[in-house]
Ligand binder design. Structure first.
Ligand SMILES: Nc1ncnc2c1ncn2[C@@H]1O[C@H](COP(=O)(O)OP(=O)(O)O)[C@@H](O)[C@H]1O
Ligand SMILES: [Mg+2]
Length: 252
């Protein structure tokens, strides 16, 4: 069963269509990368798919549950209470990380498990410590976000997302602030999440990262999917002229 399915999704800002009928699905433990030029609508698609923002029209299914259905040309969502429950299956790592600046690293990670999931304090703490160790942050647990590098903040944001036990995790431009070595580590981390059965959706402008990390790639432009398929095939042997132009233009 697919963890996430989206059909015929549309979204406009101020009357201008930004997403023009996109359908996609992500299987359990699969990694999907979305590539495309700036302004293509990648972040908007991610925000709609991760239920941060409402689509205008379309259908969204999460773990077999209908989250939004298309009724008379409009996306009709579950009521707030059920929507919030569904959101627990979703982890999001923003480009800006969005850590709480006045919370320590450890508190950033245990806050939502305590307040939202009502987890036992000791259990939440043990789990958070484990995740932070996994992220190589064992000596930063009591640090504050301002004391961390970009890569460290990002790893806190990932630990925080994982602490909620998501079934699918979304990343927007995860390698933007990383050097080549950390980019390779990020690729390995995503692969290990997928091996643990978590589905991963990445928006990225880095072709080689997408090729080496993802199972499947979607190339989108102007709110539409231009090409999609097996990751290596899309990057190494794209079918569409436009995809070739974009990938070769990127210097690959
Ligand atoms: N909150 C917003 N209000 C108005 N326009 C927006 C908003 N977010 C994005 N857009 C517009 O939607 C288009 C797609 O943006 P975005 O999804 O950020 O593209 P990408 O992530 O591919 O660069 C752009 O033209 C952008 O200016
Ligand atoms: Mg973007």
């Amino acid at each position: 069963m697919n963890v996430l399915e989206i059909a015929n999704l549309t979204k406009s800002y101020k009357g201008k269509k930004v997403i023009r009928g996109i359908s996609l699905s992500v299987g359990k433990g699969k990694i999907l990368a979305i590539i495309g030029p700036s302004g293509a609508g990648k972040t908007t698609l991610l925000r709609c798919a991760s239920l941060l923002e409402e689509a205008e029209d379309g259908e969204i299914t999460l773990q077999g549950e209908t989250i939004a259905s298309s009724i008379e040309g409009k996306a009709a969502y579950l009521p707030d209470k059920e929507l919030n429950k569904a959101r627990r299956a979703i982890g999001i790592v923003f480009q800006s990380y969005n850590l709480f600046p006045h919370f320590s690293v450890l508190k950033n990670v245990i806050d939502a498990p305590l307040t939202v999931l009502k987890e036992d304090k000791r259990e939440a703490r043990e789990k958070a410590e484990k995740l932070l160790i996994m992220m190589g942050l064992e000596d930063k647990m009591n640090a504050y976000p301002f004391e961390l590098s970009g890569g460290q903040k990002q790893r806190v944001a990932i630990a925080r997302a994982l602490a909620m036990g998501p079934r699918v995790i979304f990343f927007d431009e995860p390698t933007g602030a990383l050097d080549p070595q950390l980019t390779t580590q990020m690729s390995g981390l995503m692969r290990s999440l997928a091996d643990d059965g978590i589905s991963v959706v990445i928006v990225t402008h880095e072709m080689s990262f997408a090729r080496d990390t993802a199972d499947e790639i979607i190339f989108m432009e102007n709110g539409c999917i231009i090409e999609q398929g097996e990751a290596r095939k899309v990057i190494d042997a794209p079918e569409k002229e436009r995809t070739r132009e974009f990938i070769w233009g990127s210097g690959r």
